[in-house]
Design a protein around this ligand. Sequence first.
Ligand code: NI
Length: 215
Amino acid sequence: MPSTHPDPGIQAFAQRLRNEFAVEASGHDWWHVWRVWRLARRIAEVEGGDLYVVELAALGHDVEDHKLGRPPGTLATWLEEAGVDGASAARVVEIAQRVSFKGAGVADEMPTLEGQIVQDADRLDALGAIGIARTFAYGGAKGRLLYDPSESPQLHGSFEEYKNAGSSSLMHFYEKLFLLKDRLHTPAARAIARERHAFMEQFVERFLAEWSGGD
Ligand code: NI
């Protein structure tokens, strides 16, 4: 994180996030937020959009994530306390409410360019080497197996089903991560996703070869 950001609202909000997300074992820690923030700026450089809203929404996108258990209204309060104006805060809250993946068969609804950029940035951070590391960290935090050969991937048709699924970490590649490259909104993000996706495919292929002793 740059030690200071020229905008005092973004600076204050980033500092708040850094403190609140310091201890987080599920892969949604401050450094996830920081990477999404950087990726969102990188995509916005190419795609445009209101950078102020993009940066705040990237920083705040996980504050009320269902996996983390903070009450509704938390994000709006933190934005207000960082001095962000009400109109921008409302746009950030709206993006954050729409951002998370809710299952293979559940459509995304993200009407604004700023929201699309943030959703793409969040999804890119679920791909590649970082995505692999986060998948197993999250599985560990949930007490899940690395892999269970008796399972087959489930493509969840509802958010409830997806949220309550207890499958092994390896199934997560089939149930979410391999699908993400086709669910990105912006060309800039799709370009970054290509290599990350290919790397995950190689990883899973190698994992299964070693698992069966066929390597
Ligand atoms: Ni996230």
